[in-house]
Design a protein around this ligand. Structure first.
Ligand SMILES: *Cc1c(COP(=O)(O)O)cnc(C)c1O
Length: 436
């Protein structure tokens, strides 16, 4: 590679152009990554504001900085909306991502060397639940629940046995491949028996819980819930923690876990965008969650009809926004995901519970939450699955299928289930011309 000498101005201009290319590419693509979404116009407006330039530490009206007069009001609205939308007693909206929420909860609930039961990475657990991630940073020891591969869920009897045997300080639930509700009610007696705290990572399903279309972990007795605010909850990249304060001291330890534990400034523009998203969830969240799950089930059915091995057919494929497809017969997850990317169909390879080689996943994970957000209904899932099948099953050149993806996507570039419904999802403010 020969060295290219570019001026600072040229480099800034390149970044600008690459960003615009990215925007256009996504406008012309079918977005199927299960952890992503698009924000509403009002959320984008407040995200791209002076709030991004400011600092606040601590809690509203008890700050370490001046300049927070309006920030205090925004954060108070955000917290109150979170408590209302999730019908709970406590909400902290300051953790800046799902992983940072988890680090705060780890700090609040555990000490180094404590034991925690978790879902294994290969069964859909998240990296922050594992030794190689945030849990390892805290020095917490993990023990994985036995998993029922057929039903893609925790094995109830096995989990009971594990919890009785390990006697963990904390039992953690929740997955990144999250097809069905966790059998919390079935496990409830065991937690009391061993006296552990229960924690549910709702990163993926937070919007479905808010929309009352997935299990409500707090109502099912969980002590603490953490989550990301940009997956099925279609907000800014941020995090939150909610609780009914079922145990003494939880409020103080969770607050301290977030600050001074794992954050200082908490991204005030994101708090404002989250507040707007929660207000929109209060208004449109049930309809949105409903359509998301209908689309996911319909997509599972449509792919199955086209010969794909969609997991859990006997359970209707999914009860969430996500479906999982075993694509080993088409060369595995990596090959399939790369071919589809060339056709502007964006999804990711995924390990399946029976995969023996962790770097060669045999599955793909597909989320329907962004399709629903862009206005797609069940009947559009036949079109989406046909475009996927043309690349993967029929072996058509992806570049050719891409033309039809672009044509199809023209109908779906607007945001729904929000205020100013029908505004463009991919248009951002820009100055004309090159940098001068
Ligand atoms: C996505 C995810 C996270 C991490 O969220 P970030 O906001 O990306 O840090 C944590 N837990 C689970 C289960 C997730 O799926």
């Amino acid at each position: 590679m020969h060295e290219i000498v570019a001026s600072a101005k040229q480099l800034a201009q390149s970044v600008r152009e690459l960003t615009r290319k990215h925007n256009s590419w996504f406008k012309e693509s079918i977005p199927l990554i299960a952890s992503e979404n698009v924000m509403s116009p009002v959320a984008r407006e407040v995200l791209n504001s002076d709030l991004n330039n400011r600092y606040a530490e601590g809690l509203p009206f008890k700050r370490y900085y001046q300049g927070n007069i309006y920030v205090d009001e925004i954060e108070t609205i955000c917290e109150n909306l979170a408590k209302e939308v999730f019908s709970c007693k406590f909400a902290d909206v300051r953790s800046i991502s799902g992983t940072v929420s988890n680090m705060a909860v780890l700090m609040a609930l555990t000490k180094p060397r404590d034991k925690m039961t978790t879902v294994a990475l290969s069964d859909g657990g998240h990296i922050s639940h594992a030794k190689i991630g945030a849990t390892g940073v805290r020095g917490v020891r993990t023990f994985n629940y036995p998993f029922d591969e057929k039903n893609m869920n925790i094995d109830v009897e096995g989990a009971k046995r594990l919890i009785r045997e390990v006697k963990p300080k904390v039992a953690l639930f929740g997955q990144s491949v999250f097809l069905f509700p966790t059998p919390l009610k079935e496990l409830n007696g065991v937690f009391e028996e061993v006296g552990c705290t229960t924690w549910y990572d709702a990163a993926h399903v937070l919007g479905l819980v808010a929309g009352k279309r997935f299990q409500d972990p707090l109502k099912e007795g969980v002590d603490v819930v953490s989550g990301s605010t940009h997956k099925t909850l279609p907000g800014p990249q941020h995090g939150m923690i909610i609780s009914d304060l079922s145990k003494d001291g939880l409020e103080t330890s969770l607050r301290r876990g977030v600050f001074p534990g794992v954050t200082s400034n908490h991204h005030l523009h994101s708090v404002a965008a989250l507040a707007v998203t929660l207000a929109e969830t209060k208004e449109f969240g049930e309809a949105y969650a409903d359509q998301t799950i209908k689309d996911a089930k319909a997509l599972g059915g449509a792919l199955h009809e086209r010969g794909f091995n969609v997991l859990c057919e006997h359970l209707g494929f999914t009860a969430s926004h996500t479906i999982v497809v075993d694509v080993e017969e088409y060369g595995g997850g990596a090959k399939v995901a790369k071919a589809l990317e060339k056709a502007n169909i964006i999804l990711n390879k995924n390990l399946l519970p029976w995969d023996s080689d962790p770097v060669r996943p045999s599955g793909i994970r597909i989320g329907a939450q962004e399709l629903a957000r862009l206005g797609m209904k069940e009947n559009h899932m036949a079109d989406v699955s046909e475009l996927i099948a043309r690349v993967v099953v029929k072996g058509e050149p992806p570049e050719k299928v891409r033309e039809d993806v672009i044509e199809f996507k023209r109908q779906f570039t607007k945001v729904h289930y929000c205020f100013y419904e029908g505004e463009e999802a991919y248009d951002y403010p820009a100055y004309d011309g090159d940098i001068v």
